[in-house]
Design a protein around this ligand. Structure first.
Ligand code: BDR
Ligand code: CA
Length: 325
């Protein structure tokens, strides 16, 4: 049985990714061990409230799965080193499209820190846990430092973040999740023997057609009105950007599709990947040894990252539709 931990900063695309994971885990009889929250799209208190709202909107219960019992752990409120708190209002000021959603009263947050919970759960289920990281990597990096044996206990590590062509979405060269905490991204990539990286450019190439999104929203309204209201409310900022993108850019859902079913991956590049920590324009930039230059000089060992280039969009569409079924 596969088990998941979702580390996230909801975030509209995080929310959709979580809903996808809940519906697929229920369908496949898998377990979501925890949702852990981190600073990112909005401050930690809001990402945590948002995680509660997301888990509340899709109460799924099967003989082996109960989404109401998925525990939520609060992680780091700020980056490891720098203290800059810049927030980008893409997801609305509240992180979920300013849709006026009610707090999830029935939910509570565990007292254990997310980094400690990750270590404990990955040890308890050694070799079984897929860790999906959808926000800045601060808490995961902290877990790596607290317990250097933690990365080896994880079955599969999936990171949404970084760039493949140094085309940043928040600075000239860096992607939001890496930009928010470059040191954490560096620690994580260098601690895990192997991670899947779903970059900004890859997600840009896997947008979901507007017509499909509209159909999804309609089906949600028919199958469950609260889910319909929720999805329509949170996706309003996307729909406002219709002219800018070919389709809805749901970065974290692309990474979640890879976590749920690694078979969706149609092509990868295996390389050594690191993150630049200095520089006027380059801080937070993803650095990739495309030609194996560092490896040749024996400055690095084996490739540490599978850079996801292409995924099967039909499968991802199925997973999205699973939310409303
Ligand atoms: C990433 O940044 C956030 O705004 C999204 O939730 C996603 O995780 C994309 O760069
Ligand atoms: Ca995110």
């Amino acid at each position: 049985r596969r088990r998941f931990i979702i580390d996230c900063d909801p975030g509209v695309d995080d929310a959709i990714a979580i809903l996808m994971a809940v519906s697929e885990a229920a369908r496949l009889d898998e377990q979501i061990l925890a949702v852990t929250t981190v600073h990112g799209n909005v401050p930690l208190e809001l990402t945590t409230k948002n995680a509660m709202k997301v888990l509340d909107v899709l109460p799924v219960q099967t003989p082996h799965f109960d989404s109401r019992r998925i525990p939520i752990f609060r992680g780091c409120a700020s980056p490891l080193i720098h203290s800059a708190h810049e927030y980008f209002p893409w997801h609305g000021l509240d992180g979920l499209g300013d849709a006026g959603l009610q707090d999830a009263e029935s939910r509570h947050v565990e007292s254990e820190h997310a980094a400690l919970a990750m270590i404990r759960l990955c040890k308890q289920y050694a070799g079984e846990v897929t860790l999906v990281c959808l926000g800045p990597l601060t808490s995961v990096a902290l877990a790596c430092k607290l317990d250097p044996t933690f990365p080896a206990s994880v079955r599969q590590m999936i990171v949404m973040g970084g760039t493949t062509r140094a085309k940043g979405n928040v600075s000239l060269t860096s992607e939001f999740n890496f930009h928010k905490d470059p040191e954490a991204a560096h620690i994580v990539l260098s601690s895990f023997p192997q991670s899947y990286m779903v970059s900004w450019e890859t997600t840009e190439q896997h947008t979901v057609a507007w017509e499909f999104m509209e159909e999804l929203l309609k089906q949600a309204e028919v199958s469950c009105s609260s889910l319909g209201t929720f999805l329509r409310g949170i996706t309003r900022p996307f729909l406002r950007e219709k002219d800018r993108w070919r389709g809805a850019l749901i970065c974290d859902a692309v990474a979640m599709a890879v976590a749920i079913d690694p078979e969706v991956v149609m092509s990868v590049n295996e390389c050594f990947v690191d993150v630049e920590l200095h520089g006027r324009y380059g801080r937070g930039q993803t650095v990739i040894d495309w030609e194996g230059q560092l490896k040749e000089k024996k400055e690095v060992g084996a490739a540490n990252v599978k850079i996801v280039e292409k995924i099967n969009m039909d499968r991802m569409h199925e997973m999205l539709l699973g939310i409303v079924k």
